[in-house]
Design a protein around this ligand. Structure first.
Ligand SMILES: C[S@@+](CC[C@H](N)C(=O)[O-])C[C@H]1O[C@@H](n2cnc3c(N)ncnc32)[C@H](O)[C@@H]1O
Length: 219
């Protein structure tokens, strides 16, 4: 596992009173810790450029508190950050890997259009899971910038959006697909019946069982 921060180590120590114990705990568990990693360029980072990841996670991306959250310019700033993250993360994924973002789903945060931003760089939603902070004991989300950077914030309604390079995770050989189900799905511009051509020449037919479940059979 690799944990990264945008801040330098010195800046982290100034901003977060307890950060050294967190960093030591991570290192003690065998995690590589890297600082000054910008999501826009992380795929080119000398320590990351040759590595591929199963999961790449960014909780509550935020471009800084410059204008009001509903201001269009502020939203564009956040969108540029998220899109930069998606673009770099996509290059760093294993074939069946996933890029995760946890984000507030209420207005004005819903205006960031996370799913559309991902699709624009070739990442497709495979699941939107409700995020509950209590499921992650020890995790305290932080504001991360401004005078109150060390303060936590109320997450309210939010989701973890999970994206993959292929819609529906069709990254296995067709022979291994058999039957499968997905808890949630998003098919960008397609309309039923869903038919996907597999690399081995076979076709995958998909049908909607109920609004939350999609079934596929490879023929
Ligand atoms: C709201 S904080 C969330 C921090 C942490 N992920 C959490 O869950 O508590 C937003 C974070 O985005 C990071 N960030 C902003 N711009 C970035 C960039 N270009 N590359 C990497 N991280 C960035 C900031 O350093 C800040 O830590």
């Amino acid at each position: 596992m690799v944990a990264t921060s945008f801040d330098s180590k010195e800046s982290l120590m100034q901003k977060y009173s307890n950060v050294m114990s967190t960093l030591n705990e991570l290192k003690g568990k065998g995690c590589t810790v890297l600082h000054e990693v910008d999501v826009h360029t992380m795929s080119q980072h000398p320590r990351l450029t040759n590595r591929r990841f199963d999961r790449i996670v960014f909780n509550f991306p935020h471009g800084g508190f410059i204008l009001m959250e509903h201001n269009k310019i502020q939203i564009k700033l956040h969108q540029d950050l998220v899109k930069g993250y998606f673009t770099s993360a996509r290059e760093m994924l294993t074939e069946s890997g996933e890029v995760h973002v946890t984000h507030k789903t209420t207005h004005p945060f819903s205006k960031w259009n996370i799913v559309k931003l991902a699709e624009e760089v070739g990442l497709f939603l495979v699941e939107e899971a409700q995020f509950t902070r209590a499921d992650y004991p020890g995790y305290i989300n932080k504001k991360g910038s401004g005078r109150k950077c060390n303060r936590t914030f109320r997450v309210g309604q939010c989701s973890t959006y999970k994206f993959a390079k292929l819609p529906l995770q069709l990254n296995k050989p067709a022979s291994e697909l058999g039957h499968f189900s997905l808890r949630s799905f998003h098919l960008a511009e397609n309309l039923p019946p869903y038919k996907i051509n597999l690399l081995d020449g076979r076709q995958l037919f998909l049908s909607v069982v109920d609004p939350n479940c999609l079934w596929g059979i490879a023929n």
